[in-house]
Structures are given as structure tokens and as C-alpha cells.
Design a protein around this ligand. Structure first.
Ligand SMILES: C[S@@+](CC[C@H](N)C(=O)[O-])C[C@H]1O[C@@H](n2cnc3c(N)ncnc32)[C@H](O)[C@@H]1O
Length: 249
């Protein structure tokens, strides 16, 4: 099994996808709190960076923002979709395999009165939309959890219009002192905090394990180019703790 296919509950039955769904269903109610708390709210800044990049790319395309359609894959509790809604695009569709994560997204959407986002159940590896439908596809901290990364990327490529862009925000591996500090935090402190606060502490052991097993940087760009994207570049965020990949169809 390729290293990136680490399962959340290694010795238990079920495919990776079934286990990932189960894990996110189990942590859905505490996901937002733990996400912001354990990342010192840095996740919010990283998503904002993605939004700014969408804005910049769209400005150079000349398409009015009100005509732009965005697909937010692995939308979870919707934070990426909500951040994008500030751009006032024509439409945003948020898709996830976890029903419980989506329930939180819908609840938040009602509270925020965000009517330009539609949340629906769906699998990134078999996207329920026709070819060349979206101007942008975004996915924040989702691709690392896919059962089949290649299939997920080729599906996102399929539903993008020609000239459209895929933006992936994902954890990566910082080097040097930052790498040492981050490794200590993610492997020692984070699982300890999760044991105190989370209903499913295993989820926060899976987090660093899946990060260290996942391709990043140039290797990730190569995977995106091999899937058919015309160009693929990346920017390290917070010294490389996360990376933002921008790929054009
Ligand atoms: C770490 S959460 C990220 C949620 C959100 N994008 C954010 O920025 O907070 C990862 C999400 O990926 C979803 N996911 C994993 N595999 C998926 C797949 N094959 N199709 C759709 N969603 C998937 C999980 O259910 C989970 O909600």
C-alpha cells in the first residue's frame, strides 16, 4: 500500500474511505473548535490566502465575479466555502462525504444567512457534475484524505473549464528548525491536546501520520502536471507547514 494510504484506524475493518468518513462523522461537532484552537487560528489566514489567489486569478481572466462558479471539494464544515463567499461569486457548491460535517456546514450557513452556497453529499473521486462545469475548484486539507489521490485529481481536472484553476491547500513538511518544532508539536503536543478535548483522539494521531506520508512541494506539482494540468506552482505558507498549490487547466 502506498505510504499516503495510511488508514485512520489501521487494525479495524473498512476501506480507507469508509474509515475517513467515520472519523469525520465522529469529530464533526468539535472539528471547528479544535481546528482553530490547535492551529492557533492560522488555518483562517491560510484559507484567506487561497481566497486572495482566486480573486487575483479571476481578475486576470476578465470574467465578472458574479458569473464565476466555484466547487469546494471536501468542504467539511464549510469554512473554505464561507471564506470564498466573501468574493460574491455566482455560485459555490460544497461537497463532502461526511454527512455530519455537512450538517455543521448547513447549520452555520443558516446562521450566517449565506444563500450563494449549496452543500451536498458527494465523493471527490466520482464528482457528480458534467465535464468543464466550474471556473475554480478548491480543496482545503482534503486531498490528503482521499482514498485514491490520482482519481480525485483527475476528477477535479475533469469538472474544471478550460482555463480554470484548481487550488489545493494542504499540510506539507517544513524543514530546518521549523521542521523540528513542527514535528514536536504535531507528534507530541497535538495528540495530547486531542486526547483531552476530542471524542476521537485517534483522529489527531492520524493527522501527523497522514501529513508525513503525503507528497508535497515539487512532488505534488509533478502529480498535478501528470494528471493533465497545463501548469502547477506552489507557495509555502508559515515556513512550509502548509502549501498552496495552483494548477491551471
Ligand atoms: C480536514 S477536513 C477539511 C474540511 C474543510 N475543507 C476545511 O478547510 O476545514 C477534510 C474533509 O475531507 C472530507 N473527505 C475526505 N475524503 C473525501 C472524498 N473522497 N470526497 C469528499 N470529501 C472527502 C472529509 O469528510 C472531511 O470533511
Amino acid at each position: 500500500m502506498p505510504k499516503e494510504l495510511i488508514k485512520p484506524y489501521e487494525n479495524q475493518p473498512g476501506t480507507r474511505k469508509e474509515q475517513v468518513t467515520r472519523m469525520f462523522n465522529a469529530i464533526a461537532d468539535k472539528y471547528d473548535f479544535l481546528n482553530h484552537f490547535l492551529s492557533f487560528n492560522t488555518d483562517v489566514r491560510w484559507r484567506r490566502k487561497l481566497v486572495k489567489t482566486v480573486k487575483r486569478l479571476n481578475a486576470s481572466s476578465g470574467i465578472p465575479m458574479t458569473d464565476v462558479s466555484i466547487l469546494d471539494m471536501a468542504t467539511g464544515t464549510g469554512d473554505m466555502a464561507f471564506a470564498l463567499s466573501g468574493l460574491n461569486p455566482g455560485s459555490i457548491t460544497g461537497i463532502d462525504i461526511s454527512e455530519e460535517m455537512l450538517k455543521v456546514a448547513v447549520r452555520k450557513s443558516e446562521q450566517k444567512a449565506k444563500s450563494n452556497i449549496v452543500f451536498q453529499l458527494g465523493d471527490s473521486e466520482a464528482i457528480n457534475f458534467e465535464d468543464e462545469h466550474f471556473d475554480f475548484v478548491t480543496v482545503a486539507f482534503g486531498v490528503r484524505n482521499y482514498e485514491d489521490l490520482g482519481k480525485g485529481i483527475s476528477e477535479m481536472h475533469r469538472v474544471l473549464k478550460k482555463g480554470g484553476s484548481l487550488l489545493i491547500l494542504e499540510f506539507s513538511q517544513p524543514s530546518g528548525f521549523m521542521g523540528f518544532a513542527y514535528s514536536f508539536y504535531s507528534k507530541r503536543i497535538l495528540p495530547l491536546m486531542a486526547r483531552i478535548f476530542s471524542a476521537d483522539p485517534r483522529a489527531y494521531q492520524y493527522l501527523p501520520e497522514s501529513i508525513y506520508a503525503f507528497p508535497f512541494g515539487e512532488k505534488m506539482c509533478r502529480i498535478l502536471l501528470d494528471a493533465g494540468f497545463k501548469s502547477s506552482t506552489y507557495k509555502k505558507l508559515s515556513g512550509g507547514i502548509a502549501s498552496l498549490y495552483v494548477s491551471e487547466k
